[in-house]
Design a protein around this ligand. Structure first.
Ligand code: ADP
Ligand code: MG
Length: 243
């Protein structure tokens, strides 16, 4: 197959013990899109996102990354190209430098990062070299998110997967993190796929939106569909959120 899509999802289904969690999901994502998977809690957003770097596998259907079946990639190489920041990045003991360099085993050819290299990545996420020696546990919520992003960026990914990057942050901080993600998206020419249940907060950043409700993509298109959903279930979701 040959297409311009960076990701192509073809009739994805996912069931656990007969319970259908994702149903018949087909979706094309173009390089350099900023796509938001939007929907209520429990609609299957995280399950779907995690499939894009093989943390979950569909029960049936195929996922292609750059025209190749995702399962045909070496998993380490795939995860270098498709970086993921989980919903609540957990901080472990140690300095940020130790935490950043712990990705070494996932980097190309055993590349070891110099302090200069690490500082450059920290600057990308709005931090400075002082953070190299800070204890990761002493960081604020916003700083932890930035370190989690920096850690993924060390691998120079093509794609950034973000699961509710603004969960548990106050609106001001949430906006700051999204602005940072948007800047990285522009500067590093990334493809971003972001999961959110909050259309208000992501509206100004999304280029494309897929509404995921009850495990199905019920509507998909440019970000305009947040303001003008055509399908009644999407209209109901937006109306409820706006209350
Ligand atoms: P969202 O991210 O939209 O809140 P999730 O993808 O986390 O939704 O989950 C969708 C639904 O699937 C939830 O009801 C969740 O409990 C269920 N689910 C997801 N993965 C599993 C699993 N491995 N086993 C059983 N249930 C699961
Ligand atoms: Mg989720």
């Amino acid at each position: 197959m040959n297409s311009s899509s960076i990701f192509k999802l073809d009739k994805i289904n996912f069931s656990v013990d007969g319970l259908k969690i994702l149903q018949d999901i087909s979706l094309d994502i173009q390089p350099n899109d900023f796509t938001v998977l939007l929907g209520p809690s429990g609609s299957g957003k995280s399950t779907l996102l995690r499939m894009l770097n093989c943390l979950n596998s569909p029960t049936s259907g195929s996922i292609y990354f750059n025209d190749k079946l995702i399962t045909d990639y070496d998993i380490t190489q795939l995860r270098q190209k498709v970086g993921m920041v989980c919903q609540s990045p957990t901080m472990i003991n140690g300095t940020d430098k130790e935490k950043l360099t712990m990705t070494q085993k996932w980097t190309k050819d055993g590349e070891i990062f110099s302090d200069n290299g690490l500082t450059e990545i920290l600057e990308h996420v709005g931090l400075n070299s002082e953070f190299l020696d800070k204890d990761a546990r002493s960081l604020s919520g916003g700083e932890q998110h930035r370190i989690a992003l920096a850690r993924v960026l060390l691998n120079k990914p093509e794609v950034l997967l973000l699961d509710e990057p603004t969960a548990n942050l106050d609106p001001q901080l949430a906006n700051k993190i999204l602005k940072l993600v948007y800047q990285l998206y522009k500067d590093l020419k990334l493809t971003v796929i972001l999961v959110s249940h909050d259309h208000q907060i992501i509206k100004q950043f999304a280029k494309r939106v897929a509404f995921l409700i009850d495990g199905k993509i019920i509507e998909e298109g440019t970000a305009d569909i947040i303001n003008n959903p055509q399908i009644s279930a999407a209209q109901a979701f937006i109306a409820k959120e706006a209350e």
